[in-house]
Each structure stands twice: as C-alpha cells, then as structure tokens.
Design a protein. Structure first.
Length: 232
C-alpha cells in the first residue's frame, strides 16, 4: 500500500542546462512528521551523503529561505527550479506499507543534488507550521548516517514505535495499546498510569505474557504512555 510518494523531474546528466521540477506528490505530514515527512527525510539523508561538502552551506541557506517564506532567487545550487517538465527525466521515491511496517523505495535517475533539492522545494507547498516542522526534520535527517530502516524512523519521528498504526495516528495507537475503551478521547494522568502498570504486568512473562513478544510489548507500552502523557 502506498503511504507517500514524490516525483522529481530533472535534466539528464548529459544535458547542457540544469533544471528541476516537481511532479506527483503524496506527502501527508499531519501529525508530524507523517509518512510524507519520513519520505522526505529519507531522501535527504540518503542523497546528501554524496553531495560535495562545499555545497552543504548553500543547501542550509536554501532551507532557511524556504522556512522563512522568502523569495528564492533562481538559479540556486547550479539548478533552475521551474514548473515546465518538458524534456526532463524523472526520479520516483515512495514509502510503502508492508504488513504493519513501512519500506522505503528510492529510485533515482539523476544526481544526489537533484534529489535533495527536489525534497527541499516541496516544502514551499506546506503551510507555515508544517514548513517549520519539515525544515527541522530535514536538518536532523542530514545528520543521520545509519541504514534507512526502523532505527531511522525512530530517530526522525522521536518515537520507539515504528509500526504503520503508530505513525499514522499516535494517540489512537497509544490508547489501544494501553487498553482504553473505544471512544476514549483524553484520559487523565492517573488513568494512563494505572493502565500502563496493568499492561506491563500482563505483558511480563512471570504473569503469563508471551516471553518471545515481551520485549517488544514492553517497548510499545512504555512508548504509548509517553505519547499520551505528552498530549495532556
């Protein structure tokens, strides 16, 4: 199942001019980072590693300009951002659902710089609040040097839970993990802590919990408590 997708149109490596445009975009970012934010972060993390270090300061300046909503003078970083896609090649990046986990599918037919610039220019499509959140996310993504998987998602989302349900609606997921009745909107701290302790006890192997699943269950229960307490 498709969770997020973006097309980046760009000039071919042999082309005399360097142009860039955006194609089809499916980038949900609410609640942040959303599946769209995770995809943008993965693109920036993977491809920024192969960009000339001399260009990184200019990329950071471009992020500041877009975050502030100021006009970006073209061309920037040797590429002209435009609407017209005629004669351009393209790359497609997707975030897919596999069971209750996610998988990145990054397919580039251009340069690393073109992929990063494409991801950055999508930020102009967001409102001010989302734009600020996504710029912060991209800065974090550029610092990541590990594999693009569950650990990356946890790092970027600030959560130890990386399942589709936890990422799509953290509050609903947390309420379900702690066993709150359907229809619960905003439990108080005392209720959260009571259900947290009850859930831990049930998950522990000494009380009949599945030993093979206990470790993951305890991580999820603890993360669910954190999510709900932060929403109080």
């Amino acid at each position: 199942m498709l969770l997020a997708e973006m097309e980046i149109f760009h000039s071919r490596p042999i082309a005399p001019t360097r142009r860039l445009s955006l194609g089809h975009l499916v980038l949900p970012v609410d609640p942040a980072p959303g599946f769209g934010g995770l995809l943008l972060g993965a693109i920036v993390s993977v491809y920024s590693r192969d960009i000339d270090e001399d260009l990184i300061p200019d990329i950071q300046r471009l992020l500041v300009e877009i975050e502030n909503g100021t006009r970006v003078v073209q061309p920037r970083l040797r590429h002209r951002f435009q609407v017209d896609r005629h004669g351009l090649s393209y790359s497609v990046h997707r975030l897919l659902q596999k069971g209750d986990s996610v998988e990145f599918e990054l397919v580039s037919h251009g340069t690393p710089l073109q992929q990063v610039l494409g991801a950055i220019y999508t930020l102009e499509r967001f409102d001010e609040k989302a734009r600020h959140e996504m710029v912060a996310l991209m800065r974090r993504a550029m610092m990541w040097r590990g594999p693009i998987g569950a650990s990356f998602i946890s790092y970027l989302a600030g959560s130890k839970a990386s399942s589709v349900s936890a990422l799509a609606d953290p509050r609903a997921w947390a309420l379900e993990i702690l066993g709150f009745p359907v229809g619960t909107i905003k439990p108080v701290k005392k209720e959260i802590m009571v259900r947290y302790r009850e859930s831990l006890r049930k998950a522990h192997p000494d009380h009949g919990g599945d030993e093979a699943e206990a470790s993951k269950a305890i991580v999820d229960i603890t993360e669910a408590r954190r999510v709900l307490l932060e929403m109080l």
